[in-house]
Write a new protein. Structure first.
Length: 160
């Protein structure tokens, strides 16, 4: 049987995405998503726990994330889990596990008035594999929150 690595989360963005570019011009966006779990314990008390997930998007998907994702927006993220480690500036070895997004749906009404938007892996992922970006048509153009710089997302620029 083949191995399988897929993560699917639905939650609220906890911080605005940070979009950066690698030295070779590849876009990478980082943000985090909070998911809540609610249950009733054996004593009948309602319980709640929150998990925070680091998410990374690459290529065209990263650029789209920078335009449609913002703190507080509900998103559905599909991707794979990836662990990595590095030496911090203080010399301590650090480890993290993150979701490398291959698909993202921004749900609900956006601050700019846009509706739900879906995008799939764009450009290259961290392994350098080519992929394509898709965006579902919406009646209103996608935009950023009112206080964010405006740059229209042109559906003709996204290869299908």
């Amino acid at each position: 049987m083949a191995d399988f690595n897929q993560a699917i989360i639905l939650g609220n963005v906890t911080r605005d995405p940070e979009v950066r570019y690698t030295p070779n011009g590849q876009a990478v966006a980082s943000f985090s998503v909070a998911t809540n779990r609610r249950w009733t314990d054996k004593a009948g008390e309602k319980q709640e726990a929150t998990e925070f997930h680091n998410v990374v998007a690459w290529g065209k998907l990263a650029e789209i994330v920078g335009q449609i994702v913002y703190k507080g927006r509900k998103v559905l993220v599909v991707g794979r889990l990836q662990s990595r480690s590095w030496d911090g500036q203080d010399g301590v070895k650090r480890n993290t596990t993150e979701i490398v997004a291959s698909e993202l749906s921004a749900l609900g009404q956006g601050k700019g008035g846009e509706g739900a938007t879906t995008a799939s892996a764009g450009g290259q992922d961290s392994a350098g594999e080519e992929s394509q970006a898709q965006k579902s048509p919406t009646k209103k153009p996608a935009g950023k929150p009112a206080d964010a710089p405006t740059e229209e997302l042109n559906l003709d620029d996204i290869p299908f």
